[in-house]
Design a protein around this ligand. Structure first.
Ligand SMILES: Nc1nc2c(c(=O)[nH]1)N[C@H]1C(S)=C(S)[C@@H](COP(=O)(O)O)O[C@H]1N2
Ligand SMILES: [Mo]
Length: 156
């Protein structure tokens, strides 16, 4: 298992159906369609699982979290360091990531994307329409498939 990434400004890939609900700390919400997500700048992250490497692409999760005023960059200090992101999948699988590990300014190794494509094609029904891809994990346990909600919360 290894992972790597490279940045590119991707063309919007054709997508059908599905939307993502993002909730901020004050309860503010944003609903993003597949078309909204496809328009964002994309990064590529390669995941290797069971010896098979696949190149996922999608916006950084931090890019989407800015839509709900997540405390990132200079605002990621003090109490914000115990804020967490809960990603919920269609099958209720949930993973938690801290803002500190997501913010590339604080933690340069961090590359977590919400992929809408793999190997240049839209995600299939098993993984799609959006899949969290956590670069650097030894196994893709936090790369939740079919993510339907992203909630920013105070852990404490
Ligand atoms: N929605 C969802 N995503 C998930 C899981 C799951 O059970 N549900 N399992 C995780 C784990 S533990 C692994 S190893 C990989 C498995 O990916 P695969 O089903 O494509 O083999 O998906 C991850 N993402
Ligand atoms: Mo797993």
């Amino acid at each position: 298992m290894f992972a790597s990434f490279m940045a590119f400004a991707g063309p919007a890939l054709a997508q059908t159906g599905g939307s993502l609900l993002i909730t901020g700390l004050a309860g503010q919400t944003e609903t993003l369609s597949a078309a909204d997500i496809a328009k964002r700048p994309h990064l590529q992250v390669t995941l290797t699982h069971n010896g098979v490497a696949k190149v996922y692409s999608g916006p950084l999760l931090t890019d989407l979290l800015r839509d709900v005023d997540a405390p990132l960059g200079e605002k990621l200090r003090g109490p914000a360091l115990s804020d967490v992101v809960v990603a919920t999948a269609a099958d209720k699988y949930r993973v938690v990531l801290s803002l500190g590990e997501l913010d590339a300014g604080l933690h340069p190794g961090a590359r977590v994307i919400l992929a809408d494509a793999v190997d240049g094609a839209p995600l299939d029904a098993h993984e799609g329409p959006f899949c969290l891809v956590v670069d650097g994990d030894a196994r893709p346990a936090r790369s939740a498939h079919s993510v339907v909600e992203i909630d920013l919360k105070h852990a404490l």
